[in-house]
Design a protein around this ligand. Structure first.
Ligand code: ATP
Length: 295
């Protein structure tokens, strides 16, 4: 079982003619409500890909929480570990302009209240999947407990953040995009190629590092071994959720015993399929669709 511990947000999306300048009011389209948050998105992606998945997150006691729980359950994610806390459910307010620019304000709310003590017993879990949209102290405590219990720790170090070596030492598989890779090494590390940067990160603890490169595919390093997987050529409609799909599908394949190159191939196929449709969770593919693209 993959335990995904992370954020869940309700996204309020409004299309606008242009992004409002400070002090300006613009009239937009009707609001579209969409389930989001990297934790919930990755749990959904992993479950749709055929994984046995449970979600650990913090939600408020409001109607938004019920909508997010519904979207997780619809994708067969086990929500029994979700905490309800006395803070509003996380929300993201997203304006999307006609020229494609966006402006996003995130109100983490309940996500900030997921605590180190909220981690359930890990006896059912083979993998713990983490991101950085909950308190760093909580991420570190969960990673360290999972390492001690022999559970594989998969960390998607997003949003970009410098990380200390104590956390990285508990990580088995680290997944980042190129910006996040540079950020996690701290301000000193703004140059260097992928070969050098990934070797430097592995020296700080993780057994494997995977770097997603958008339409250029991905690069991975495990010890001295490196892998490059090109992206699947697809007709791109909207890349939102591609990164979360990649992480979720890769985790499912690994949890089912696949070797790394096979898991990366499946993740690339799943992420490419997400790019062919609009939205994050609504665009995530099911297992059969991924297998068809892989065949
Ligand atoms: P986001 O946060 O926007 O979801 P990210 O920066 O975390 O994205 P990316 O590196 O942009 O992640 O994309 C993740 C993976 O999705 C890539 O490694 C690739 O496999 C797939 N992907 C992204 N863009 C495309 C594309 N245009 N065509 C096909 N596959 C793509």
């Amino acid at each position: 079982m993959i335990l995904t511990a992370g954020s869940a947000n309700l996204d309020f999306v409004v299309r606008v003619p242009h992004i409002a300048a400070p002090g300006e009011t613009v009239l937009g389209s009707d609001t579209v409500l969409m389930p989001g948050g990297k934790g919930a998105n990755q749990a959904v992606a992993a479950a749709r890909a055929g994984g046995k998945v449970a979600f650990l997150g913090a939600l408020g006691n409001d109607a938004f929480a019920d909508m997010l729980l519904g979207s997780l359950s619809d994708s067969a994610v086990d929500t029994r570990h979700v905490r309800r806390v006395a803070a509003p459910t996380g929300a993201a307010y997203i304006s999307v302009a006609e020229n494609g620019e966006n402006a996003i304000t995130v109100a983490p709310g309940a996500n900030n209240y997921l605590r180190p003590g909220d981690l359930p017993e890990l006896h059912e879990a083979t993998h713990l999947l983490l991101q950085l949209e909950i308190p760093l102290e909580t991420v570190s405590a969960y990673a360290s407990a999972a390492r001690a219990a022999g559970v594989q720790v998969v960390l998607n170090a997003a949003p970009a953040c410098a990380l200390d070596t104590a956390l990285l030492a508990c990580v088995d598989i680290l997944i980042v995009n190129e910006g996040e890779l540079r950020a996690l090494q701290g301000a000193v590390c703004t140059d260097g190629d992928l070969e050098e940067l990934t070797a430097a990160v592995l020296a700080r603890g993780p057994g494997t590092v995977v770097v997603t490169l958008g339409a250029r595919g991905c690069f991975a390093r495990s010890g001295q071994k490196t892998h490059r997987i090109p992206a699947y050529p697809v007709k791109v409609i909207d890349t939102t959720g591609a990164g979360d799909t990649f992480v979720g599908v890769m985790s499912t394949w690994l949890a089912q015993g696949a070797a790394l190159p096979e898991a990366l191939q499946a993740a690339s196929a799943g992420a490419a399929l997400t790019c062919t449709r609009a939205g994050a969770q609504p665009s995530m593919p099911g297992r059969q669709e991924i297998l068809r693209l892989l065949a």
